[in-house]
Design a protein around this ligand. Sequence first.
Ligand code: NAD
Length: 266
Amino acid sequence: MFRRNAIVTGSTRGIGAAIAEALAAEGCNVMLNGFGDVEAIEKQRARLSDEYDVYVAYCGADLGVESECDTLASAAEDVFGQVDILVNNAVIRYFHNIDDFPREEWNHALAVNVTAPFILTQNVLPGMRNRRWGRIINFSSVLGMAARSGRSDYIVSKHAMLGLTRSTAAEVRDVEGITCNAICPGSVITPNTEKKIAELADELELSSDDARATFLSRRGQSRDFIDPARVAQLIVFLCQDSSLDITGAALPIDQGRSATWLEFGQ
Ligand code: NAD
């Protein structure tokens, strides 16, 4: 158990929701963020708070808007008094080839996926330095280490998160208690992935099981999808005191995909 105060961006569903739950289970107060049905979010907030006896709040800041990133950080400071853990998890994805990429969507993706983590880091670092303790975890991806076509906004964002992680780690290296790391998941089963599997099933007229298998094999992920709860456990580890020697790292959680690109031809 470690009683800390955390912001988890994009925690209303998917991996972010699993991280919020895992941190709450460790005794952390959590500021939820992200979009979704108001009643469902309130239900999530109240359940986490009741089940784990922690303070869980919600701020619906739109991270595509710079001033709202500041609002999220100050909301967490107002409610908890300080922010010890920042998990930059929120994401927006567009799907176009570079030739046809609408610039408005490009700018929006970069704002949510890169500029928001930068601004949130800017907000929380001074307090972490004062208290000489902090954890910043940035979401990259296997697509932060290599590319596929039609995903340039995402790939650029996820490569940039490695740069932000290393830059942040460089600037806090002299403070033993502060670390900044990136994690690079393979394919994790989330509402977004489920939607993509359903689209693939429609497109190729496949059963749901066959579409699942096709989705994974196209990505060279030879086992099943990764459970969001297991990604969340990696973040729990990175938030513990014992992880203080790990900083500036890009940690794959991808069943060996990134280690075997050549073998799988991905
Ligand atoms: P998701 O699409 O299921 O959820 C994204 C979250 O971000 C949602 O809560 C959404 O409301 C929020 N969000 C989107 N735009 C926002 C905005 N403007 N302001 C505030 N919140 C906003 O995502 P996921 O699949 O759970 O992925 C979470 C993280 O993990 C992402 O950074 C993603 O790149 C990374 N990742 C996921 C996978 C995967 O297979 N799912 C693989 C590698 C990396």
